[in-house]
Design a protein around this ligand. Structure first.
Ligand SMILES: [Zn+2]
Length: 88
């Protein structure tokens, strides 16, 4: 087993690693660690699948920005119109 990085430190770095924002030196240490540590490799595989599914799911349900903006403008306008009619 690789002693440069223990499982605790590994797990601390894991969320950054799977997001792809970790620096490349630490990334290499993590790759070394999962090459030698079955437990952590399973954790990484599971986490990657979970994140992949999460992104896949959220892409389907997300409202495009322009549609959302138009919706908000519409709602604001409706509020404005309603307010005016109440005042007059
Ligand atoms: Zn480990």
């Amino acid at each position: 087993m690789n002693k440069d990085l223990d499982c605790g430190a590994f797990l601390d770095s894991l969320s950054e690693y799977v997001d792809g924002v970790i620096d490349s030196a630490l990334c290499a240490e993590i790759e070394d660690h999962i090459a030698d540590c079955d437990d952590c490799r399973v954790v990484v595989d599971t986490l990657k699948k979970t994140i992949y599914l999460y992104h896949k799911t959220s892409e389907k349900t997300v409202i495009p920005v322009d549609v959302r903006e138009r919706l908000f403008h519409r709602l604001d306008l409706d509020d404005f119109v309603q307010e005016k009619s109440l005042l007059s």
